[in-house]
Design a protein. Structure first.
Length: 330
């Protein structure tokens, strides 16, 4: 699907995005390593990355942290906001550092947001703060089981964009010390756009580049960092339909269905979350992306057919507006 608002990406930009959504090199001069792999030069790659960020093709560049592995809290929550108050409530949540992402979705529960806090207890505190500020009930849906998480975009030469699965291994835990926590704080908004980004971070933290690289590698090994790389803006790249499919699955079949649904190559996130009866009977969430709603609906229809005997009902909540998307800040 060609980009409607700008010319298609240059070949170097396309290959950079396709290859380095993860696996960005941990070395003193990472762009030199990229240049060798992509048959280019480090200055051209650094400029390409700057352009992609400035033009909005990328949301950010750097480590993607796992809040729970950091000892923090992470949850999905929703509000039913009257239209007359919608803009005011959205602005209130945009000002809260605990709100990482916020979307308008087409449903009675029409505002869905991700909460990320420094401790698990912080989630309840953030929910209470929102309820006090808005006078609305917060429907909190903490993750109970992660079946799959992995959105990697593959761009073709014609400007089309598809998702493909990436590994989601189970990894050992890690206790973070003071320097680890300082590294998280310094890099959670992204890495500096410099030829030696790790050296710049190390100087900021008064440690050596070697120690910083060693600790980042350890965080990757233990799952504190999910991956290091480029984070594409999937809306701008053509995946403009975002459907959160939600399913009512019998509790005794939830593990089996969740594993199977998470393994589908067009599902980017799959979690079990609590029901909130009577307004919310669903306990399995699976995110599906497509170039348009018809693509998403076709994929969800395939899911409904496959899991017809286990599902007691489902809906698809399409996002119609991105209200906030800053990534996690702990």
């Amino acid at each position: 699907m060609a980009k409607p608002d700008q010319a298609p990406l240059a070949e170097l930009e396309r290959r950079l995005i396709n290859r380095y959504q993860g696996g960005f090199p941990l070395c003193e001069r990472p762009f030199d390593a990229l240049a060798e792999a992509l048959d280019s030069d480090s200055n051209s790659l650094l400029q390409a990355l700057k352009d992609l960020l400035e033009q909005g093709w990328l949301s950010r560049f750097g480590p993607l942290f796992n809040a729970e592995r950091l000892g923090g809290g992470l949850s999905l929550a929703a509000l039913a906001v009257p239209e007359s108050d919608y803009a005011q409530v959205a602005e209130r949540l945009a000002q809260m550092p605990e709100v990482a992402h916020n979307y308008r979705r087409e449903h009675e529960l029409n505002m869905w947001f991700v909460l990320a806090t420094a401790s698990p207890e912080g989630i309840d505190s953030a929910c209470r703060q929102i309820e006090q500020a808005t006078g609305l009930e917060v429907f909190n849906f903490p993750k109970q089981r992660e079946f799959y998480l992995g959105l990697w975009l593959e761009l073709d030469q014609q400007g089309g964009c598809q998702t493909r699965p990436i590994p989601s291994p189970q990894l050992p835990g890690q206790v973070l010390d003071g320097l680890d926590q300082a590294i998280v704080s310094a890099t959670q908004a992204g890495l500096p756009l410099l030829a030696e980004p790790y050296r710049a971070v190390a100087e900021q933290l008064d440690c050596t580049s070697a120690e910083l690289l060693q600790r980042l590698a350890r965080m990757l090994e233990t799952g504190v960092i999910r991956r290091i790389g480029l984070v594409p803006n999937h809306y701008k790249l053509g995946l403009r339909a975002n459907g959160m499919s939600v399913w009512n699955i019998a509790d005794e079949q939830l593990e089996q269905v969740g594993q199977a649904m998470g393994a589908l190559d067009y599902v980017s996130h799959c979690y079990s979350r609590p029901r909130r009866p009577p307004r919310w009977p669903y306990n399995l969430f699976a995110m599906v992306h497509g170039q348009n709603r018809e693509q998403v609906q076709t994929k969800v229809a395939k899911m409904a057919q496959r899991f017809a005997s286990q599902s007691q009902g489902h809906e698809v909540l399409f996002s119609s507006q991105v209200l906030k998307k800053t990534g996690m800040r702990l």
